[in-house]
Design a protein around this ligand. Structure first.
Ligand SMILES: [Zn+2]
Length: 353
């Protein structure tokens, strides 16, 4: 298990990028007094946690590409930028990671196209296909350039070979990567001592606490739930119903739509897990661990079904999918995603007894 030093949370870099969530905590938010060895430890802990999430995201988005109507080229690259580090840690980050350009490879997912093509961590990127990374906009102390790079690469054809120009140990290299189609999504680690997970339609964000404290399968279950919201276009469909995402989300007419989307995301999540080779029961393990102590807060009790009912619902769906051996499995909820939300959550829920 990686351990992120508690002191990393004391100095937070605020990003205006996520207007919805308020603040994004960026890696590299180190205390000014941190020594070189503390920097190294923290940078490598963040790298390890980022790569764990990237690997989960990679597995889920490649195996489930047939379930997605928005694709991107799956490369298996975890990127980071020098400008996402705050001024106190930027020099240390530059030295540690050897940034020769503003965007570099933080990690490579094992067995991915980037790995097979020979791309290595700490390769500094010059160009990915037609995307000139230094030309992308990037404000200091934000992830703007990182996000711009991810979006520009995601816009490339999902299955066409990509030429990558990089700088490795001071020398230019050129490699060709043959991507595989992947669901179009970003996966973002939030450095936080709290338990948070969210999806905004195009991005899945999960707090580092899940990656640190939960098993990889359980963390994958949490990611799969959030990812399901995006695959099912829940944000757009809730907005089409005029649902309020603020403090009122747990009240009135909104509740039935939120409950329907929550249950749909639970149901799809076990198929995403199974298709990606994760045990679908990881979703139950997750709730049995998370539910008793923490099923409040962001997992709002008013708009979300009780976690014990969610477990009962998951149990029933897993019993169904375990009779199917074909992969990938495409559940009926995928075909329904073009329809407006009905608000019928009762027919989806199996009560705990
Ligand atoms: Zn949810």
């Amino acid at each position: 298990m990686v351990h992120l030093p508690g002191r990393i949370f004391r100095r937070l870099v605020r990003s205006l990028f996520w207007a919805a969530s308020g603040f994004l905590l960026l890696p590299g938010a180190l205390p000014a007094w941190a020594g070189a060895s503390e920097n190294r430890e923290t940078f490598e802990a963040v790298r390890a946690a980022d790569l764990k999430l990237a690997t989960i995201g990679w597995r889920l988005s490649v195996a489930n590409a047939p379930l997605c109507d928005r694709l991107e080229p799956g490369l298996g690259l975890q990127l980071h930028t020098l400008d996402q580090f705050d001024s106190a840690s930027r020099t240390a980050a530059q030295v540690h990671f050897g940034f020769a350009t503003p965007v570099a490879v933080e990690g490579v997912v094992a067995g991915s196209p980037a790995d097979r093509a020979g791309i290595r961590q700490d390769d500094s990127l010059v160009r990915v296909g037609p995307v000139d990374l230094a030309a992308l906009p990037g404000k200091p102390e934000t992830t703007q350039r990182l996000v711009a790079a991810q979006l520009a690469i995601a816009d490339l054809p999902p299955a066409a070979a990509v030429e990558v120009e990089a700088i490795r140990a001071g020398a230019p290299i050129k490699l060709t990567v043959q991507p595989v189609p992947a669901c179009r999504s970003r996966f973002e680690l939030l450095l936080s001592s709290g338990y948070n997970a969210r999806a905004d339609g195009t991005m899945v964000q999960i707090s580092s606490q899940f990656i640190e404290e939960y098993t990889p399968d359980q963390a994958a279950a949490a990611v799969a739930h959030e990812f399901s919201h995006n695959i099912l276009h829940h944000r757009d469909r809730l907005e089409a119903r005029g649902v309020d995402f603020g403090m009122l989300s747990g009240f009135g007419a909104n509740v039935k739509y939120f409950r329907q989307t929550e249950l749909q995301a639970d149901l799809l999540s076990v198929y995403l897990l199974a298709n990606a080779g994760y045990p679908p029961r990881a979703a139950i393990d997750f709730w049995n661990r998370f539910g008793p102590s923490k099923a409040g807060g962001i997992f709002r009790s008013r708009s979300h079904p009780h976690w014990r009912d969610r477990v009962a619902t998951l149990e029933a769906e897993i019993a169904k999918l375990e009779t199917v051996s074909a992969r990938p499995m495409v559940p009926g909820v995928i075909a329904e995603r073009s329809q407006p939300l009905s608000g019928d959550w009762q027919s989806l829920l199996i009560r705990h007894r």
